[in-house]
Structure formats: structure tokens, C-alpha cells
Design a protein around this ligand. Structure first.
Ligand code: NAI
Ligand code: MG
Length: 352
């Protein structure tokens, strides 16, 4: 195959971040080499440790350098909860949220698959393989709110949910495109439009208006509370779910829980218009309790690397990684292994 090259910003971060990112890089190198895909990786030291050492969170010049890349592979940032040396929320606001908003990561994509050899807390989960497409920059998380008369009985606190037609359209477009590429071609809109009539109807009208352009996609609607029931009682009914920022935050945690754990769940923070690099990461944090001990499961980060390759146009290599993860989990899912041993085993399970 002819050679293609991509510039990848690598933000390994704190705690187990560098340990799991090292394994993802190992797997990326192993699939990309034979396919003639060159990844030019630039490491960026960012996170709590970096702040302690330098007083920098994410300076504008660094952000602009990151912006020049084709994608970002991200581990995790943050110190141990209760580490009083670091102001609460500083790392989240000045690194994670700053990246998400500056690079317009308007889609938060979270696949949930119950892998073989993995134990779900559900007694009879059936086959679980769905993707949540969560809005990433609007809704109640847009920062439109305030407080008056704080600390008094007359306190007023607001968080206004912001939903733009543009924002909902580009989200729903992405979800339809994704559903139309998947085998079952089913899209479920998740909202609460019986009560949240303004935002809910904007979402519903947007889905209704776009549906005729995707005649092979089956469209469905569920209130978010009903989704929590079905995700627990019948998760195999779902294929692609599209929802707002708040509902997406909640149902993706539930989705992570039913598929057997935090060490397996990847996510993509995606700018589908490609005006800035998208970012791929494990859902979990820096796990200070197990950092530096080779106890972290690197699978979530390895699957995030697969999502990154898919985003860069290398679906075949992404699927090779996912197949290797599936076969490794099937053979060794319950075995105690070090972070590097799991990475090595996944490399060994790749096609020769
Ligand atoms: P956490 O996800 O780091 O850890 C929660 C629990 O899950 C811990 O017991 C940990 O040992 C375990 N765990 C996490 N990842 C694992 C893996 N790959 N393999 C095996 N076990 C794993 O969440 P926590 O403890 O609330 O947060 C720790 C730090 O991470 C905080 O500073 C937090 O702000 C930050 N954080 C960063 C995120 C990011 O960078 N996107 C996301 C979530 C938290
Ligand atoms: Mg969350």
C-alpha cells in the first residue's frame, strides 16, 4: 500500500496515563507499520504533575501547536482526589474543557460492547453492541448560568440549557451517518421532550427532518428515564443513540457499567467537520491508586487508538485492533496480567 502519514499529538498525562498510552502506541505501531501508515507522534507533557512542576496548565502556544495535528491520543489528567496541592477543578477546566471547547469537540462518541470473556453485572445481558453519540459543547453544560443572593434563603441558581439548531443538526447528521454504516441501522433519539419541550422538540424536529435522507435507518425515540430501564433490562435493543450533553453523560456511565468496567471503555471527542483535531481517550481517569504499578488495564486506550485510526480513514486497521482485543479477552479476560503483558498479548493477536 502507498504510504500515508498523520501527525498525532500524544498527551499521556498523569497517573496511569503514560502506562496505558505506551501500550496503545505499541499496538498502533504494530498495525500501522505493515500498512505503510506513518504516525508522526509529538508528546505534550500536560497535566497535574506538569502544573506542579511549571505552573502551566494549557498555554495558548501549546494549544496552537496541538491544533496543527491530525488527531490527539490522550491518556488521563488529574491528581489523586484530595490532593490539596492542586486547586479543585483547575485541571478539568483549564485542560480538558479548554481542549474540548477550543477544538470544537461537539461529538462525544462512546461505543459500548460487551466483549467475550468479560463479566457484565447484568444476569442476562444478551449481545451488547451500541454507540452513544452525545452532544459535547451545548446543553446544560454550556456554562450559561449564575447565582444571585448566594447563601441566603432567597438564593437563585440557574443553569440554562443552550441548544442551537446548528449544534443539533451537526450532531444528528453524524448519528445518522454512523447508523447508516452499521449493520442494524437503528437510531434512537434520547431526550425528555414531554417536559423539556423546547430543546426536546428541536431535537425531535431535527431528527424528523433528516430521516427521509436515510431511508434505510430505522428511527426510534425514548425518554431518557426509559433508556435507563431498557439499558438494564434489554441492552441488545440499542444500536446508535443520539442525545444531549447531560443525558449523554449519565447514560454513558450506565453503558460503561453494564459492559464490564472502566478499564475497557474508550471515547472519542470528535470535530466531525474536521476544523480541528479530534481527541481519543479512555473514559477512565488517572487512577492514582494504582499508578506506576503496571496494574492498569490498557484496553480502553487501545480501543481509543482504534477509534482514532478509523477517524483518520483506516477502518481496516481499526477493525484489526478490535478483533485482536476481542480474541485476547476471550482467551485471557479473567487472567491477572500487567499493563505491558496485556499490550504485548494484543500485539501478538494482530494478523501477521
Ligand atoms: P479513575 O477513573 O481514575 O479511577 C476510578 C477507579 O477505577 C480507581 O479505583 C482506579 O484504580 C480504577 N481504574 C481506572 N482506570 C483503570 C484501568 N485502566 N484499569 C484498572 N482500573 C482502573 O477516577 P477517579 O479516581 O475519580 O479520578 C482520578 C483522577 O483522574 C482525578 O484527578 C480525576 O479528576 C481524573 N479524571 C480524569 C479524566 C480524564 O483525564 N479524562 C476522566 C476522569 C477522571
Ligand atoms: Mg461522566
Amino acid at each position: 500500500p502507498s504510504s500515508t502519514s498523520h501527525r498525532i499529538a500524544v498527551i499521556a498525562g498523569d497517573g496511569i496515563g503514560p502506562e496505558v498510552v505506551a501500550e496503545a502506541e505499541k499496538v498502533l505501531d504494530a498495525v500501522c507499520g505493515p500498512a505503510n501508515i506513518a504516525l508522526e507522534k509529538t508528546p505534550f507533557p500536560l497535566g497535574a504533575e506538569h502544573w506542579l512542576a511549571t505552573g502551566e496548565t494549557l498555554p495558548q502556544v501549546t494549544l496552537e501547536k496541538i491544533r496543527e495535528h491530525d488527531a490527539i491520543l490522550f491518556g488521563a489528567v488529574g491528581a489523586a482526589p484530595g490532593d490539596t496541592r492542586i486547586p479543585s477543578g483547575l485541571i478539568e477546566r483549564e485542560i480538558l474543557l479548554k481542549l474540548r471547547f477550543s477544538l470544537d469537540h461537539y461529538i462525544n462518541l462512546r461505543p459500548s460492547e460487551l466483549f467475550p470473556g468479560t463479566v457484565s453485572p447484568l444476569r442476562d445481558p444478551g449481545e451488547v453492541d451500541f454507540v452513544v453519540v452525545r452532544e459535547g459543547t451545548e446543553g446544560p453544560y454550556a456554562g450559561n448560568g449564575g447565582v444571585l443572593r448566594q447563601g441566603t434563603d432567597q438564593e437563585i441558581a440557574t443553569e440554562v440549557s443552550l441548544n442551537t439548531a446548528h449544534g443539533v443538526q451537526r450532531l444528528v447528521r453524524f448519528a445518522f451517518e454512523l447508523a447508516s454504516r452499521r449493520e442494524r441501522k437503528k437510531l434512537t433519539l434520547v431526550h425528555k421532550h414531554n417536559v423539556l419541550v423546547n430543546a426536546g422538540h428541536l431535537y425531535q424536529r431535527t431528527v424528523n427532518a433528516m430521516a427521509p435522507q436515510y431511508p434505510d435507518v430505522t428511527v426510534d425515540y425514548l425518554h431518557v428515564d426509559a433508556v435507563t430501564i431498557f439499558m438494564t433490562t434489554d441492552p441488545s435493543r440499542f444500536d446508535v443513540l443520539v442525545t444531549d450533553n447531560l443525558f449523554g453523560d449519565i447514560i454513558t456511565d450506565l453503558a460503561g457499567a453494564i459492559t464490564g468496567g472502566i478499564g475497557l471503555a474508550p471515547c472519542g471527542n470528535i470535530n466531525a467537520e474536521r476544523t480541528a483535531p479530534s481527541m481519543f481517550e479512555p473514559v477512565h481517569g488517572s487512577a492514582p491508586d494504582i499508578a506506576g504499578q503496571q496494574k492498569a488495564n490498557p484496553v480502553a486506550t487501545i480501543l481509543a487508538a482504534a477509534m482514532m485510526l478509523e477517524h483518520l480513514g483506516h477502518g481496516e486497521q481499526a477493525e484489526q485492533i478490535r478483533s485482536a482485543v476481542r480474541s485476547d479477552l476471550e482467551d485471557h479476560g479473567a487472567t491477572q496480567r500487567s499493563t505491558a503483558q496485556i499490550g504485548d498479548a494484543i500485539v501478538a493477536a494482530l494478523p501477521a
